[in-house]
Each structure stands twice: as C-alpha cells, then as structure tokens.
Design a protein around this ligand. Sequence first.
Ligand SMILES: Nc1nc2c(ncn2[C@@H]2O[C@H](COP(=O)(O)OP(=O)(O)O)[C@@H](O)[C@H]2O)c(=O)[nH]1
Ligand SMILES: [Mg+2]
Length: 451
Amino acid sequence: MNSDRNIVAISTALGNGGISIIRMSGKSVLKIADSVFSAKIPVTQFEPRKLYLGTFEHGDIKDKCLCVYFKSPFSYTGEDMVEFQCHGGMTLTNRIFEELVAVGCEPATKGEFSKLAFLNGKISLDEAEGVIDIINAESESELKCGYNLMQGRLKEQIEKEQNVLTELLAKIEVSLDYPEEDLEEETREGVLSVLKDVKTDLKNILDTASFGRCIKDGVRVLIFGRTNAGKSSLLNSLLNYDRAIVTDIQGTTRDTLEEVFQYKGFKFILVDSAGIRQSSDVVESIGINKSLKELESADVVLYIIDGSVALDDEDKAMMKSLSDKKCIVCVNKADLGTCIEIDKEMFDDVISISTKTGQGVEELKEILYNFVSSKNVNNGSVVLTNVRHIDAIKRAMTELENAIDATNNYINLDLVSIDIKNVWLALGDITGNSDNEKIIDDIFSKFCVGK
Ligand SMILES: Nc1nc2c(ncn2[C@@H]2O[C@H](COP(=O)(O)OP(=O)(O)O)[C@@H](O)[C@H]2O)c(=O)[nH]1
Ligand SMILES: [Mg+2]
C-alpha cells in the first residue's frame, strides 16, 4: 500500500530529555525534509541509513540536530522515511512537529507507522502485537514473550501448520480429480493422520496459554489466614517496604490491598486480605467476604498461621477447604518458637517463616518462582499471552475437530476440505493473512502515536 499521505509523529515520550525523535513516512518526506533541514549536502542526496548533522530551520524554529533517511522499501513502514533527532524538551519537539505539519505532513494516528508496516507486508499482525507487548512490558518475562512474538516465532509455527493444511487440500483435490484411480480411501487415511498431527501441535501451543496468562497478568497470590497471623507483615517483607499497616489489634486490615511484586523477571500480584474471624464490625465483615471471594481467583494461596500458638478448629477447617488449591502454608513467628505440626501430605509446601527476622522469606520467593516457571510446559520460545491468538487457535481446534469427525464418518472429502479451509482461515487471523479489517483496526489502535 502506498497512499499519498505523508505522516509525522513524535516517536519518543514527551518530556524533558536529552533527545527527541520525530519521524515521517510517505512518498514526499525526503522533499519535505529538504525544505526544512540543511546539512553539508542537500537532503535529497542523503545516503540512506546514514546520520547527517545539520540545522532544522523553519518558521521561527531553529535547532542543530541529526537527520536520517530510510529508502523504501528498506524502512520500518516500507515507505520512504525520514527521522530527526533533535534536542529533547517538550517545546522544541512540539514546535518541530508543528512545522512539519505546516510544510505538508499529516499527524499520524495511533499505531499508524506499524499499520503501514503490516499493510506493506513488512511485518505480520502477531509480529506487530509483539511490538506493542515490548513497549508495554512490565516484567522481563513479558519482554521476552514480546520479543519472541515480534521476531516471528509464533508466525513460523502458524505458517508451518498452514503449509501442512495447504498440502493436504492439494492432495484431496487430486484424489477428487481422478476418482477412477480409487485414491479416496488411501487419501482419507492420510488426511486423518495429518489432521491428528496438526491437532497435537495446536494443543501444544494452546497449552502455553496458562503460563502466558501468568506472565501477562501476573500470578495472583492471596495472603490469607486468621487475624494477627502476620499477613500484612508478610506483604511488607515481600515488598521490602511498609506498605500495609501492621498492629497487634485484630481486624486492622479491613479491605483487600493489592501490590505488584517482581521476582526473577516474573510479576506477582500480592493480595493482602482481611483476616478471617467472626466479626460484628460491618466494615470488617465486608472485608472478610472480599477475602473469601479472592480465594476463587487466586493462583496461589499463602496460608499464614501464627505458629507460636496452638491451631484452633477454625484454622483446621480453613486449611482443609484449601486442599484443592495451590497452597503454601507459612508457619509464621518462628522467632517465638513453633508449637504446631502441619500435615505435610496435605499441602505442596509448608515453610517456617518469621517476618520479624526475615527467616524463610527468600525461600518463599523461590517457591513462588518455581510455581510459575513449572507452568512453562513446552519450554519453547512460543508462549501465548494474547487472548486474540488464544481465541483464534481455539476456533481452529474446533474446526479441526469437525474435519476429523467428518473424515472418520466417511463424509465426502470435498466437504472435509471446507472444514480444513476454515482451520486455515482461523489460523490466518493470527498473522493477518485472512484480511479482516476490523481486527486490524482494533490492533493498531492499541499502539501509541509515533509507533
Ligand atoms: N514475633 C513476631 N511477631 C510478628 C511476626 N509477624 C507479625 N508479627 C506481629 O503480629 C501482629 C499482627 O501482624 P499483622 O501483620 O498485622 O497480622 P495480620 O492481621 O495477619 O495482617 C503484629 O503485632 C506484628 O508485629 C513475626 O514473625 N514474629
Ligand atoms: Mg493485616
């Protein structure tokens, strides 16, 4: 695609910094740059991908800055592009941007540069989404997933399956074109075996979604237990600062409190909750109900017990109800001595901690880390973190089931091939080769202006 638009945007974050980058894309950007920038040689004679020092001068704006030209198709958008690296600072950057608009550029919309890159065949849709993920990454693991996506790791796998399906469709076509050769039965066997292989591959990719969700949304860790067990103290210990109020008064934490905690590149959402006890206080009771509700959405429960006093029936009942959850029992206040014994058969992990001395806190972080890394089932570079990709693979799997059922039930292979085409199209939604304008617009609207 090559429209007549020449677009411009400020690509760096607006604020006071050393340098700002303003970039343009379109057929006439070299000419536009020539009208505002002067260097040793005219801009129109610039060698591509080489930085030139010169002066930006237009209207009442003047700056000594760098300029670089990327010649189509070897640019991010695939069109001619020119970038200015001017001195940072909101006023100067905005004014240069305004002058470029004055000389014929149109302000780019959100994600327009990347959309052009997609429309010009420079990147696939999922690779573009990898770019957004890199920009928005809050943890190293998210960054890694974004990088792999941008590098086309998912695309490679999806296109591999699509190629297998295309070959299959061709094979079916041949068997239908030459019915006299009696190829149909032999073909049917082959079709079934290939479809089953594709199903295994897609299932393997889909199985990474649970790990992907933990990476993208963070692992939800609920700190749960009786009042005064030391839940808020543990939150503070894990965060390494006093976030929650800690007192020896029962019912101090009345509302749930969430904080993000990062460890070895993973993101955990720590949820401190109101302690469980019978309470006549209306606010505290609402808090207690919220804690119980949080149990449903937690990936991991840290059940905190005050180990310096005997377990009561309420503790025992509560622990029993947690046995179907990933639960780490933290026997706290080890500095005061421990007088209780926990049935280690019932829980994955039981550790002795003291938020006062820090004992066991590092061990607890390791257990949380091992929990999330054990979810990395396929150990590969592809991890599904994007609901749009997950949805497309699920749809592809449903169509695949239809194709397998139809093949098993001796339905004519020309009808089976319709299901196979649908699998192909559902997969195509991931990379964007199924021409769905709505998805494309949705994706690029999530970008920032200038990317
Ligand atoms: N000795 C000792 N006291 C602790 C420890 N952890 C918490 N506490 C105390 O136990 C009381 C209740 O702590 P808090 O974190 O508010 O408990 P929560 O109600 O479960 O949130 C406070 O007085 C804390 O100082 C610990 O490891 N050792
Ligand atoms: Mg508390």
